[in-house]
Write a protein that binds this ligand. Structure first.
Ligand SMILES: Nc1ncnc2c1ncn2[C@@H]1O[C@H](COP(=O)(O)OP(=O)(O)OP(=O)(O)O)[C@@H](O)[C@H]1O
Length: 307
C-alpha cells in the first residue's frame, strides 16, 4: 500500500469514529497512531466520558472485532488470554481463546486484576501472541489494547509497576467533555444507545498501513532530536530512570503521526505532537510537578533541528 492510500485509510477511520465520538482529539489521534505503530494505550479518566465508545467505534470503523474485559481481583490469567478446555464431542483438549482475541480490546480497570493476570495480559500485548501449555496462538492483527485504571488510592487495587506501565506506547487522560461536546452528545442520545458505524476500511488495509509506517523516513537530525529529548529528560532528576522504550515509542509514534499527516518523513513537529502521550506515563516526577509540565519545559529547551 502506498503512503497516500494509507493516510486515506486512517483519515476515513478517523472521520467515521467522529460521527459519534465527541471526545478530545488527543484520545482519538493517539489511539489511531498506536494502532499504526502497533502499540497500546492507557486511557485514564472518570467514568462515562466515552472511553468504551471510542474503542468500540474504532473496531467498527476498521471492520474489526471489539471486546471488553472488566478486570477484577478474582480474574485468572486464563480468563483473559484463554485456556485449554476438554472438547467432549471430539474427545480432545482444544484451545478456547480468551476475550483478548479481538482487534480492539478495552481492558477496564486494569489495576484491579492481580499481578499474575496483569502480567499475562502485558506479555500477550508485547508479543502479539499467547502461549498456553506448549502451544502458541497468534493474536489477531491489528491488535489494540486500550486499558483504563482506577485511581491508585482506591481500595483493593494492585498498582502496575513502572516496568509494566512502560509497556504502553502512550497514555491519554480524558476529562469531562466541553460544553459544546456535551451538547453534541445529548443530541445523539438515541443513536448512542447502541452506536453503529459502517466499516470504512478492512483489517487488511490497517495491517498494510502498519507496514507503510515502517517506510516513513527519519533523518539523522530528527532521530538525534528524539534522543536529545530523552537525554534532557533523564537529566531532569526523575524519580525513576527512563527506559529505552521511551525513545523507541517516540520514534514509532512519530512515524505514525507523519503518516497521518500525509508525509513520508518525520518532522520535529511530529515528535513534539506525540511527546506528551508517549512520555507522560514514564516520567515519575517528585511531588508538586506534573509530568506534562516537565516534558513541555524539556521540549522548550532542546534545540529543534533545522530542515
Ligand atoms: N466523548 C463522547 N462521545 C460520545 N459519547 C459519549 C462521550 N462521552 C460519553 N458518551 C456517552 O456517555 C455514555 C457513557 O460513555 P462510555 O460508556 O463510552 O464511557 P466510559 O468512559 O467507557 O465509562 P465507564 O468507565 O463507566 O465504562 C455512552 O452512552 C456514551 O455514548
Amino acid at each position: 500500500m502506498d503512503l497516500g492510500r494509507a493516510r486515506d485509510v486512517v483519515s476515513a477511520i478517523r472521520s467515521a469514529v467522529r460521527t459519534y465520538y465527541a471526545g478530545n482529539d488527543e484520545a482519538l489521534d493517539t489511539a489511531l497512531a498506536a494502532i499504526l505503530a502497533e502499540g497500546h494505550v492507557l486511557l485514564e479518566g472518570p467514568p462515562g466520558v466515552g472511553k468504551t465508545t471510542l474503542a468500540k467505534l474504532l473496531a467498527q470503523a476498521m471492520g474489526g472485532q471489539f471486546k471488553r474485559v472488566q478486570m477484577t481481583s478474582d480474574l485468572l490469567p486464563s480468563d483473559v488470554i484463554g485456556a485449554m478446555v476438554w472438547d467432549q464431542a471430539k474427545g480432545e483438549f482444544r484451545f478456547r481463546p480468551g476475550p483478548i482475541f479481538a482487534n480492539v480490546v478495552l481492558v477496564d480497570e486494569l489495576n484491579r486484576a492481580t499481578p499474575r493476570t496483569q502480567s499475562a495480559l502485558l506479555e500477550a500485548m508485547a508479543e502479539g501472541q499467547v502461549t498456553v501449555d506448549v502451544n502458541t496462538h497468534q493474536l489477531p492483527r491489528p491488535f489494540l489494547v486500550i486499558a483504563t485504571q482506577v485511581p491508585r488510592d482506591t481500595g483493593g487495587v494492585f498498582p502496575l509497576t513502572a516496568t509494566q506501565v512502560d509497556r504502553f506506547a502512550a497514555k491519554v487522560e480524558v476529562g469531562a467533555p466541553r460544553k459544546e461536546e456535551e451538547l453534541k452528545i445529548i443530541r445523539m442520545a438515541d443513536e448512542l444507545m447502541s452506536p453503529q458505524i459502517k466499516a470504512v476500511a478492512s483489517l487488511k488495509d490497517m495491517v498494510e498501513a502498519q507496514e507503510a509506517v515502517k517506510r516513513i523516513r527519519v533523518d539523522d537530525s530528527v532521530a538525534e532530536y528524539m534522543v536529545n529529548i530523552i537525554d534532557e529528560l533523564r537529566r531532569s532528576n526523575l524519580a525513576e530512570p527512563l527506559s529505552v522504550r521511551a525513545s523507541l515509542w517516540l520514534y514509532r509514534m512519530s512515524r505514525a503521526k507523519a503518516l497521518m499527516e500525509g508525509r513520508d518523513f518525520v518532522t520535529p513537529d511530529d515528535v513534539k505532537a506525540v511527546a506528551l502521550p508517549v512520555l507522560r506515563h514514564r516520567v515519575a516526577v517528585s511531588e508538586g510537578l506534573s509530568p506534562d509540565s516537565l516534558i513541555r519545559s524539556v521540549l522548550e529547551r532542546v534545540p529543534v533541528p533545522r530542515g
